[in-house]
Design a protein around this ligand. Sequence first.
Ligand code: FAD
Length: 461
Amino acid sequence: MIKIEDSRLRKIVKTNIKFSNWARTFECIPELYFEPENDDDIIKIIKLAKQYNKNVRAIGVGHSPSDVACTEGIMINMEKLNNIIEIDVEKKTVVVEAGARIDILNECLWKHGLALRNLGSISNLSISGAISTSTHGTGINFGNLSSQIIGLTLLTASKGIINCSANENEDVFKASLCSMGALGIILKVQIQCESAFKLESNQYPMKLNDILNDLDSIIYSAEHVRFWWFPHTENCVIWKADRTTGDLKIQQPSYFKDHIVSYHLYQFLLYITRYFPSTVPLLTTLMFNYKFSQPKQVINASYKQFNFDCLFPHYTNEWAIPLEKTKEALEKLYKWINDNDVFVHFPVEVRFVDKDDIWLSPAYNRKVCYIGIVMYRPYKKPVPYKRYWAAFEEIMRSCDGRAHWAKAHTMTAAELEKSYPKYKGFIELQKSLDPNGMFLNLYLKRHLFGIGDKDYFKAKL
Ligand SMILES: Cc1cc2nc3c(=O)[nH]c(=O)nc-3n(C[C@H](O)[C@H](O)[C@H](O)COP(=O)(O)OP(=O)(O)OC[C@H]3O[C@@H](n4cnc5c(N)ncnc54)[C@H](O)[C@@H]3O)c2cc1C
């Protein structure tokens, strides 16, 4: 039992808090749940954790679709460390506290004539949570969000506060830019932005075969390219976006189409397919014809273009494979879905990301194609997904894939060591910055160190 003597810590602690991730697929009850308001609070929490030998986890918004943010020790909610500390319009840089939300940052940057280079599908994420799992968007010459960071302040267990960048403590910098909380608590980051820009996006239907047969030119045909494949059919919808100085061209959202049909009716019909799974392909075709079969052009602020509505909670799995394996992987997945008695939801999402030099980034040293799959949970009800997951992961492994760190996956420590040239360096650094394993939760022990992995994978995935 932890006894908190510090009056400040008593003020910011809560107990009996159940943490659940966004999709309600993972949860935990930490022994203590802190809501710090400044760095001193966090330093005191770490001191307390050391005294009682407790595991510590910082959380952002809790969007990760795995147990990467879970702990039964001490949880630190970074939500109140959300200040935008300094914006340098000349250098186009911004310094923010780690819990700053990207959607709020986007609005603030826009007012100063600045923007982030690239974003993922949603922006209601904390900056530290997003970079800790190597969150990415799409664009073959655009790296993940971590690659936009130029400086970082880390509170470690053994060496106190470390400031790092490409010029200072470079190893710590390259390791902590995608570290899932394993090296310590990120307190602040400095981000390289660019001048605010608009994007012209064009979305239109294509057949899967036509995309795969012309893949190389399609990937490079715009600054940002992604496509969704609708499994059980040949249908895809492709989305391309380029910078533009053209006038805004915004399609007003239709409450009926976007909300009543595409959200509520779709969720209800997915619920029905739980009892009649063979109707999934029909529902997929209906949704494609209704919502995605017509071309659509939009010109809007960049940060409003990158994001889209991810609907309701789902199971998800996503891996990054070398770019040149894209066609092979999708053909294998197409064959497996068609040859087996399975009914899977759309979309299979395909995105492209530039290589980087961040030690545990799935795009370390290679341009990658990210392939993501989903199974929706209508009204948060379970749906069968494990067979699909197992086949998908086997295909990703056969294509030299690396799993997305935020998502529940079965990549083992041995596989990580083989796939990531800097895996050993990361483990050594982790041990030197955190000799007692204060920052290792079950997820990290399982994947980074192979502790308890086999039983977990058998039971959960
Ligand atoms: C609807 C939806 C859409 C998504 N779209 C995309 C997408 O387009 N692209 C993509 O790549 N991912 C996507 N994701 C995954 C998401 O980007 C990641 O899960 C991201 O990590 C979530 O950020 P968060 O603030 O919720 O972090 P959390 O889930 O709270 O935490 C993630 C990790 O970061 C660690 N962490 C958080 N703050 C700190 C800190 N200050 N110091 C040290 N460690 C810290 C946590 O301990 C944990 O290990 C999506 C997820 C959802 C639910």
